[in-house]
Design a protein around this ligand. Structure first.
Ligand code: DCP
Ligand code: MG
Ligand code: MN
Length: 313
């Protein structure tokens, strides 16, 4: 349960990063397929700009960064020269601002957010009051009730504290469990949007952890660490199962509810799960793309090798 972050989060081009992030948020709040694509391409170029060690001073300098094309480079130069981005001022229309607000409710995506807007809803109060007959799912109601808590990022020390408590309890169920804190925490971030826990167990003694998720969730509810369920696995005995909920280790005033995800995998999937669940999501996309580009003859060759090894040939 290490508490030290590995990255400070500020870079020489922070003003550019902040403005492009805002633009990305606007695309991500809209629902077109083009917006989805742009959201991802911005994510990639922003990450590379963030990692760029020097202040960007020219168009060609901007273009030398991976993922930065002509249009983004022009935007970067506008920010460098004027400190502003004209496009942002026009893009922040009323429907986008309201849809962003609504999408802060856990369980609300772009389609619902824009449909509420077109039905005349403008504030969280409107949603709460069920204005114009809109109704919420149980999950969305929890999302609305804990809007500020869910949208707040926790310091990594708090994520570590919650994880340690949960691991302690889990180890009393089965001392051979393997648990790891994943996601942004494992990537060394200073703050975490949620706590991601990977759960598995070695099978060298012939046993598995098939009954652990069920017992663990019950115990965590009894201990009042888990407070609300957002998604419970259909089959709790499945070794491959995901739980999503809210948790709290300390009920002192001011302590927030935190988002928590628990991912159980069979022990044989530990390597893949460590890679996937560390992320981030953009890294995973690139990894999947690379894997899909491996030429077919190589895949056949690998399969043949695996077959030979299994058959002890
Ligand atoms: N993940 C993914 N694709 C998604 C969502 C998640 O590949 N659409 C993987 C990569 C993430 C990991 O799961 O790193 C955990 O997901 P989170 O949503 O919890 O994201 P992070 O932990 O990376 O960030 P945050 O601090 O916002 O929780
Ligand atoms: Mg996370
Ligand atoms: Mn998560």
């Amino acid at each position: 349960c290490d508490g030290a972050p590995v990255s400070s989060g500020v870079c020489p081009n922070q003003d550019i990063v902040d403005k492009l992030l805002e633009l990305r948020e606007i695309h991500s709040a809209r629902q077109g397929s083009d917006d989805l694509w742009r959201t991802f391409s911005y994510r990639k170029s922003i990450a590379n700009i963030k990692a760029f060690p020097k202040r960007i001073e020219s168009y060609s300098g901007a273009r030398s960064i991976k993922g930065v094309g002509d249009k983004t480079a022009l935007k970067i130069m506008e920010i460098v020269q004027t400190g502003e981005l004209e496009r942002l001022k026009h893009a922040r229309t009323d429907d986008i601002v309201v849809a962003q607000l609504f999408q802060g409710i856990y369980g609300v995506g772009p389609a619902t957010a824009f449909s509420w807007y077109s039905q005349g809803l403008r504030t969280l109060e409107d949603v709460k009051n069920g204005k114009n007959g809109v109704s919420l799912s149980l999950v969305q109601e929890i999302g609305l009730k804990f809007y500020d808590d869910i949208n707040d990022r926790m310091p990594r020390s708090e994520a570590a504290e919650i994880f340690c408590k949960i691991r302690q309890i889990a180890l009393t169920i089965d001392a051979k469990l393997y648990m790891e804190i994943m996601g942004s925490f494992r990537r060394g971030k200073a703050t975490c949007g949620d706590i991601d826990i990977l759960l598995t167990r070695p099978t060298d003694d012939g046993k598995t952890h098939h009954d652990v998720m069920r017992v663990l969730l019950r115990r965590l509810h009894e201990e009042k660490i888990l407070t609300y369920d957002l998604a419970t696995p259909d089959d709790l005995d499945d070794l491959e199962a995901t739980y999503r909920g809210l948790c709290q280790v300390d009920t002192a005033p001011g302590r927030r509810q935190r988002r928590i995800d628990i991912l159980s995998v069979p022990y044989g999937s530990l390597g893949g799960a460590l890679l996937y669940y560390t992320g981030d999501d953009i890294f995973n996309r690139s990894m999947r793309l690379k894997a899909s580009l491996v030429p077919r003859p190589y895949i056949r060759c690998l399969r043949l090798l695996t077959f030979c090894r299994r058959a002890r040939l």
